[in-house]
Design a protein around this ligand. Structure first.
Ligand SMILES: [Zn+2]
Length: 218
């Protein structure tokens, strides 16, 4: 009888342990967390068809590029950029100059919403963005070509140089050829956006667009 009692106690204890452990979630220790590199990504202003600039948006400090000491050329004397973007661009084109990569011409910078509305109204091939949805309204984007551009900017050594170096100075090629399905914008070899050095480096290393960067940041 004593043996039977021990066996009963043992069986009850075994059943209790089984119930306790079988009710435990399988992977309580594997909590889902975003990979560390996606945490603390710096915030970057996203402007596209789904993310228009607020009506109240105003650039911080626009500078007229014609009035600055520059290491690049201008298509006209009224082109403006945010100071931070201008200074980064100037450092970048200074390096280009030092490496005998000359002849960059900035053709467009900041646009007011009114100017963008005009371009949008005049545009016939659907390439202009709706007013409020163009990065040019931030003062953080420029269009560029070269003095030696015989057809497309993409075919010039200046383009190749810019692709290799722009991210080091905080700029990204905003509308890459292989990402039109993500950006919703046709490939533009000439349009560069200032996002700051840290974000540009992360975007470059991951082969992201700004849309993908902003999605990973959340
Ligand atoms: Zn542009």
């Amino acid at each position: 009888m004593k043996k039977m009692g021990c066996l009963t106690v043992f069986l009850i204890a075994a059943c209790c342990l089984f119930l306790i452990y079988s009710r435990r979630p399988a992977n309580t220790t594997a909590a889902v967390t975003a990979p560390a590199k996606y945490n603390n990504l710096p915030e970057v202003l996203l402007v596209n068809a789904d993310h228009p600039l607020p009506d109240t948006y105003a650039p911080k400090e626009l500078v007229n590029l014609y009035a600055q000491k520059r290491h690049f050329l201008l298509a006209n004397s009224s082109i403006e950029l945010e100071r931070e973007a201008f200074e980064a661009a100037n450092r970048m084109f200074k390096l280009a100059e030092d490496e005998d990569m000359n002849g960059f011409i900035l053709t467009s910078g900041y646009r007011t919403r009114e100017k963008q509305a005009e371009l949008y109204a005049e545009n016939t091939d659907g390439t202009a963005q709706r007013p409020g949805c163009s990065e040019h309204e931030t003062g953080l984007a420029f269009d560029v070509t070269t003095r030696y551009d015989a057809g497309t900017f993409e075919d010039t050594p200046q383009f190749k140089w810019l692709i290799e170096h722009c991210w080091d100075f905080g700029f990204i090629l905003r509308y890459p050829k292989d990402k039109t399905n993500v950006t919703g914008i046709a490939y533009e070899s000439w349009h560069y956006r200032y996002v700051g050095e840290e974000a540009a480096k992360i975007i470059h290393e991951n082969g992201w667009t700004l849309e993908e960067y902003c999605a990973a940041r959340k």
